[in-house]
Design a binder for this molecule. Structure first.
Ligand code: ADP
Ligand code: MG
Length: 252
């Protein structure tokens, strides 16, 4: 079971969109996929279910001891399942502050699951207890980056946090890949892409996802991008990216 955390402590860098589209794409390629929404904003939950009143949620798993298998829900896509989030996860940092083993609650919950090929963990835009739980539970990290101004500001904080966990909590936490997104085909996008490539080298995936309104529309209309606009530049780029992810996963 390959477990990817999609993490970047900045908001709006396409963590959720990329989690959901990778989820659809890998499921449509025949893999059994589970998305875990650890962001209290619940954007991936809403994008997959179209509502936010699913119970129980990840909150119950982490705080109330509910079994993760009881929180699993099917989505409209065959092979694609979700552990939903809820707004009460916004209190998790406080509620889990003094819980013993608080960093490994998600890892322990996931150890009870076996029948998935890929788990994708969508994370909040901070490095609090939920993102740390995602890091402790995953086999690899995927970093989505928006090709807009200041893309690399804050990355050192992410990298330092990951290094601290490696040093202190006995976790490998390899970077599986870096995904550049929101390419505007401007000089600015090209410059930021060069800086990202310089920083991450071969970790950067060759496929760059363009800014494309169809990606946002599919997301807002609770639709699968590959059905909603299969010929869009966004869908085509995500398809290429999924091939790259699968090739890299087989190699590693
Ligand atoms: N390729 C894209 N083209 C256009 N809009 C996009 C694309 N990817 C994401 N978006 C939009 O950008 C915004 C931020 O993306 P989101 O995935 O929510 O970021 P994060 O989870 O990192 O906060 C959302 O409104 C989303 O619909
Ligand atoms: Mg998000």
């Amino acid at each position: 079971m390959r477990i990817f955390s999609l993490a970047n402590n900045k908001g709006g860098v396409t963590k959720t969109t990329t989690t959901v589209n990778l989820g659809y794409g890998l499921a449509r390629a025949g893999h059994r996929v589970l998305i875990i929404d650890t962001d209290a904003q619940s954007n991936s939950t809403y994008s997959l279910l179209g509502h936010l009143d699913q119970e129980p949620t990840l909150f119950d798993v982490l705080i109330n001891g509910t079994k993760i298998s009881d929180a699993l829900v099917a989505t409209q896509q065959e092979n694609l399942y979700l552990v939903p989030s809820s707004i009460n996860l916004s209190a998790a940092d406080l509620l889990m502050a003094s819980a013993p083993g608080r960093e490994r609650k998600l890892a322990r919950a996931l150890a009870q699951l076996e029948d998935f090929d890929y788990v994708l963990i969508d994370t909040p835009p901070n490095l609090g207890v939920l993102t740390v739980n995602a890091f402790m539970a995953c086999t690899d990290v995927i970093i989505p980056i928006a090709l807009t101004t200041y893309a690399l500001i804050g990355i050192s904080i992410l990298e330092n946090t990951m290094q601290e966990l490696r040093d202190n909590l006995d976790v490998e936490l390899p970077i599986f890949g870096v995904i550049a997104n929101l390419d505007d085909h401007t000089r600015l996008s090209a410059d930021v892409l060069s800086a990202v490539r310089e920083h991450f080298g071969e970790k950067l995936f060759d496929t760059v996802i363009p800014r494309n309104i169809k990606v946002e529309e599919a997301h807002n209309q609770i639709a699968c991008l590959f059905d909603y606009a299969p010929n869009s530049t966004g869908a085509q780029a995500y398809n290429k990216l999924i091939q790259e992810v699968l090739r890299r996963a087989e190699r590693a």
